[in-house]
Ligand binder design. Structure first.
Ligand SMILES: Nc1ncnc2c1ncn2[C@@H]1O[C@H](COP(=O)(O)OP(=O)(O)O)[C@@H](O)[C@H]1O
Ligand SMILES: [Mg+2]
Length: 279
């Protein structure tokens, strides 16, 4: 499969070519009177991968839902490919949301649909011709190495396979930004590695901008210390002391961004909270 065949759609995404893929400007949100995120500002540049770390309940999933326009902030602005989405009407958001792939926590597949129909769901909603849907679904499933499961139902698959189907569903629309919510959550370490390998492959083959939520430091450090080799079709470690320059960290702590920076700066931080968190 030629990699150029799965290039992202570019029209909307290129309207403001100099704008970052995603920008939060002083964003706050709370629920039922309780603040969850307070004054959050950061960027995801084009082609950049941000690893979002933080304890359970800190607001990682909320942040991804804000980025996708699924929830609105109480204050602040959010820009997706340069478009200010905070004040956008829901129906104006649809085409932009088509440029974003979302891998939900727990995969969130439709149990009553086959793998093919799960992966092709959004394309069918967008009324693409059947043969085009079939072609794209086959490509996406091939990417996650599950092309043989097309006619199976989610209940017939293992947890790791379901997660790979969720990734295929997220990439089938050739998104320019992918939001992965805890893609290895609930998986054993070996299966987790196969998922992380897909994340790295997507980053290095398609240069997609992304946010990867995880609470597992070992996942985070695998992502920064490996690259995908298109010749061998395998993930391989970077040389010692080298980390992926396109990947950096965001760490949430008590509703605020406790860290926004490179792997090097994170590892060498003197901040007591970060030192404790990394130990
Ligand atoms: N729709 C909602 N209504 C009320 N509270 C919510 C809603 N979504 C998230 N929360 C609360 O926001 C906080 C952050 O949740 P979440 O982003 O899911 O955390 P995590 O970092 O584990 O992904 C939690 O206290 C959660 O209960
Ligand atoms: Mg979550």
């Amino acid at each position: 499969m030629a990699t150029s065949e799965i290039a992202p759609d570019v029209s909307l995404v290129q309207a403001y070519p100099d704008a970052p893929a995603l920008r939060f400007d002083n964003v706050s949100v709370g629920f039922e009177g309780k603040d969850v995120l307070e004054n959050i500002s950061f960027e995801v540049k084009r082609g950049e991968t941000r690893i979002l770390l933080g304890p359970a309940g800190v607001g990682k999933s909320v942040l991804l839902k804000l980025a996708n326009g699924l929830i609105k902030p109480d204050s602040g602005r959010i820009y997706v490919f340069g478009f200010e989405i905070t004040s956008m009407r829901e129906e104006d958001l649809y085409p932009l949301r088509d440029c974003i792939g979302m891998v939900f926590q727990e995969s969130a597949l439709f149990d009553s649909l086959t793998v093919r129909d799960n992966v092709g769901y959004r394309l069918a909603e967008d009324h693409l011709p059947e043969d085009e849907i079939d072609r794209r679904v086959a490509q996406a499933l091939c990417f996650v190495e599950l092309d043989h499961t097309m006619d199976k139902y989610p209940s017939e698959l293992s947890g790791g396979m379901r997660r790979r189907v969720a990734i295929a569903r997220a990439i089938v629309s050739r998104p320019s930004l992918i939001l992965y919510d805890s893609p290895t959550g609930g998986l054993d370490p070996i299966t987790s590695t196969t998922i992380i390998e897909l994340v790295i492959k997507q980053r290095d083959v398609y240069k997609t901008s992304s946010i990867i939520v995880t609470h597992r430091l070992q996942d985070a450090f695998m992502i920064v210390s490996h690259r995908f080799d298109c010749n061998t079709n395998k993930m391989e470690p970077l040389p010692p002391n080298q980390t992926d320059p396109q990947t950096s960290f965001l760490i949430l702590h008590q509703g605020r961004l406790a860290f926004d920076g490179s792997t090097h700066d994170l590892i060498h931080s003197d901040d007591p909270f970060l030192k404790e968190y990394l130990s």
